[in-house]
Unconditional design. Structure first.
Length: 338
């Protein structure tokens, strides 16, 4: 008999956590309620996939991954080109995470260079454009306000020219609502790009864009951003970490595998995740994970259901105690945990 700890929380609205001792075998046994036929059938979890290494393409439009009324997660790849307009959100803060390659972000609140692992937040109403160089980044559109919680690594600054080879020109600007999605433009017009970028000279240091990076802390999730209904963080898993189950009463947990391989163990199946895999764990479902080396993934808590916009490419296998013990044995031996 193996006893484990389950952490039951009410995130993102309630930060209290209830610690429960469980018999691990019983976590995966479906009860027989006799004549009561009230139990629903739930499908096994499925993962979607987008590359995390640049792959040359003539044009790679932004691709939606998960979406609901208060969250949109998007994947974007850019070769050596800019997007064809400056973008201004009317309703959301726009958070980005650099996955691969280099990218220049140009805004009214400063210009900044990104490398993999950099997070940034463009406040609602701020115009911005990107110049990517064989790069990939993730975008998270969340209704404002959004609190920054991660470690500050650098500030944007006024830069003219913003990148080598830039030339001043009249450019397009689009304002959008409905979380910056396609076909959501509400105004389109032309602007003087130099005039737009020179606005950064007039703002105080506290308004300049801030670049955050996760510090790679062990044990739990390092939260980078918190909004009313959505939290975004970075989670490291290492071989030998204790086996602790989590269950969210109110939130789904979307996970974006960034580096390393990891086995996700849930009450709705077991699945091995590789870089570029994305998966959504429903609220109320207990889960844990394990790895034979080291793994990093992005964790998104969303209060409302955010269905996948992309196709499911692989499905979890049925959870049995034998399979669970196969994957958790290494962690229990390496870490000397019960």
């Amino acid at each position: 008999m193996v006893f484990v700890t389950e952490l039951l929380d009410g995130l993102p609205h309630e930060e209290t956590t209830h610690e429960i001792k469980r018999d691990e075998a019983l976590l995966f046994n479906r009860p027989d309620l006799g004549r009561i036929k009230s139990l629903q059938h739930h499908d096994l979890l499925g993962a979607v996939h987008f590359p995390v290494v640049f792959q040359p393409a003539k044009f790679s439009p932004p691709r939606g991954i998960y979406e609901c009324d208060h969250l949109r997660v998007e994947w974007q790849q850019m070769g050596h080109f800019r997007q064809p307009f400056y973008h201004r959100n009317a309703d959301v803060d726009e958070i980005s995470l650099q996955i691969y390659g280099e990218r220049t972000l140009m805004t009214e609140y400063g210009t900044v260079e990104f490398r993999p692992g950099d997070f940034s937040r463009i406040p609602v109403g701020v115009a911005h454009d990107n110049y990517g160089r064989d790069e990939i980044h993730l975008l998270f559109y969340i209704p404002a306000p959004v609190e920054e919680c991660g470690a500050l690594t650098k500030l944007a600054r006024f830069a003219m020219p913003p990148f080598e080879g830039w030339q001043s020109n009249t450019v397009a600007e689009l304002m959008t609502n409905c979380l910056g999605g396609p076909h959501c433009d509400i105004a389109a017009f032309q602007v003087d790009e130099t005039l737009l970028l020179e606005h950064a000279k007039t703002v105080g240091t506290e308004q300049l864009l801030r670049v955050l990076r996760a510090e790679g802390k062990q044990g739990g999730t390092e939260w980078m951003y918190k909004a009313k209904d959505v939290w975004i963080g970075s989670t490291n898993v290492r071989s030998g970490d204790p086996i602790v189950y989590r269950r969210h009463r109110q939130a789904e947990e979307i996970q974006c595998q960034i580096s390393g391989k990891r086995t996700l163990i849930t009450q709705r199946g077991i699945i091995e995740l590789e870089p570029g895999d994305f998966i959504n764990i429903p609220n109320g479902v207990a889960f844990t994970d394990t790895t034979t080396s080291e793994s990093t993934h992005i964790t998104i808590l969303t209060f409302n259901h955010a269905p996948a916009k992309a196709d499911i490419v692989k499905v979890a296998q049925e959870t049995t105690l034998e399979v669970v013990q196969k994957f958790t044995r290494i962690s229990r031996i390496d870490g000397l945990f019960p």
